[in-house]
Design a protein around this ligand. Structure first.
Ligand code: SAH
Length: 380
């Protein structure tokens, strides 16, 4: 028999979902405790986020899957604030990722010229279609029933969405690096994730994702949203942020930049000197930079048998690794960055360092390998 993680699937009747927006907050305010708690307790999740065959009296129920980030935003006040803060106008087309049952979509349809909704779950699409046609907005809505990470988006002016949190990094990377032109993206994100995106050099949350996104976009905090504004109630709080593409972006090879920031932020609390002294890293860079013809030997020459932190004397044994390491560390030292941590550096300082490396023939991206933007940002 399969063991089931508790409450990874939740069920709501469709009827209930349609009523929830209006009633949820009044009920909760009166009772002083979260309603529906027992309703979401699930006893027959098979552990992969999907549920065994439903029995007869469950036929009209919509199961909500944690694995798909299905937490519906039900507080009408918050939905209104999101739409208002997005600044969507009557002539504009909005892209919404993960419309779910359409709580936000309906609000957007009231003000926008058109909404393009990308939703992976067919059952959600059915509910959405039903609600939208009941309200007479059918002509203004285009639904794309696909995975948002795997489909090209048609033209749009704005993004407004409560997205599935599990795809936040690759989705934001797709929006800001995907060549789309849009006025801004108003996104509801997990609060910790939003804080990382908003962080500046020197902040403890500052990481590679912030570095990369800030290269091409500006990010503003709009408001915090309580976990109690969702059904079912998630474990985490949320924040709304607004992302605007910069009108001017640095003239950089983005693949090279991503690979460089990946190296620098591999262990973001290490100094750059320590990061660039790791034998494995030096050997990798040497291979990439094609400064010797002994690439394979270097790989075999056990970058793996030693720990990353090993600082003992290296046998050069004709591979050039040692002199290459000195060259790399020399660049850092001359730039005054050997003892600096990447999380304290501005994008300008990082760009300067990359240009020094590149000028010395040291590069970070293997041009023969195609870049998968989803994979590059999946773990940020
Ligand atoms: N925006 C709605 C629902 C949010 S729940 C609301 O605020 O109430 C997240 C939604 O994203 C779910 O409907 C889920 O099915 C959908 N989703 C999850 N992964 C997706 C993906 N890769 N592409 C498109 N939609 C996705």
């Amino acid at each position: 028999m399969l063991q089931c993680p508790k409450s990874s699937v939740n069920r709501l009747s469709v009827h209930h979902l349609l009523q929830l927006s209006a009633q949820f907050h009044q009920v909760r305010a009166k009772s002083g405790r979260p309603p529906f708690k027992n309703r979401y307790d699930n006893k027959d999740d098979n552990g992969d986020g999907y549920t065994r065959k439903r029995n007869e009296n469950q036929e009209d129920r919509l199961q909500l899957y944690k694995s798909r980030g299905q937490h519906l935003l039900t507080n009408p006040r918050i939905l209104d604030s999101i739409v208002r803060s997005s600044g969507v106008g009557p002539g504009e087309t909005v892209l919404e990722i993960g419309p779910g049952t359409g709580n936000l979509t309906l609000k957007l349809l009231e003000v926008a010229k058109k909404v393009i909704a990308v939703e992976v779950d067919k059952r959600m699409v059915e509910v959405l279609n039903k609600r939208v046609s009941e309200r007479g907005f059918g002509d203004k809505l285009t639904i794309i029933c696909e995975d948002a990470l795997k489909t090209d988006f048609p033209d749009f002016d704005l993004v407004v969405a409560n997205i599935p949190y599990g795809i936040s990094s690759p989705l934001i990377a797709k929006l800001v690096f995907g060549g789309y032109q849009f006025r801004n993206a108003t996104l509801l994100l997990q609060k910790e994730f939003a804080n990382r995106l908003l962080a500046n050099p020197g902040d403890s949350e500052f990481n590679r994702l912030a570095v990369n996104v800030k290269l091409v976009a500006e990010i503003d905090h709009i408001m915090n949203v309580s976990k109690r504004d969702f059904v079912p109630i998630p474990k985490v709080d949320s924040s709304v942020v607004k992302i605007r593409l910069r009108s001017e972006v640095p003239n950089l090879d983005l693949n090279e930049w991503w690979a460089f920031t990946k190296t620098c932020f591999g262990k973001k609390n290490k100094t750059l000197g320590a990061t660039f002294r790791q034998k494995k890293k030096v050997a990798e860079l040497l291979n990439l930079s094609k400064l010797t013809s002994l690439d394979e030997n270097i790989e075999k020459h056990d970058s793996c048998n030693r720990s990353d932190d090993e600082e003992d004397e290296w046998e050069d044994s004709g591979t050039g690794v040692k002199s290459f390491k000195e060259k790399v560390v020399g660049i850092l030292r001359n730039a005054g960055l050997e003892d600096k941590r990447p999380s304290k550096l501005s994008n300008e300082e990082l760009m300067h360092l990359l240009s020094l490396f590149n000028e010395a023939g040291i590069c970070f991206h293997d041009e023969s390998r195609p870049v998968d933007i989803n994979a590059s940002f999946a773990a940020s």
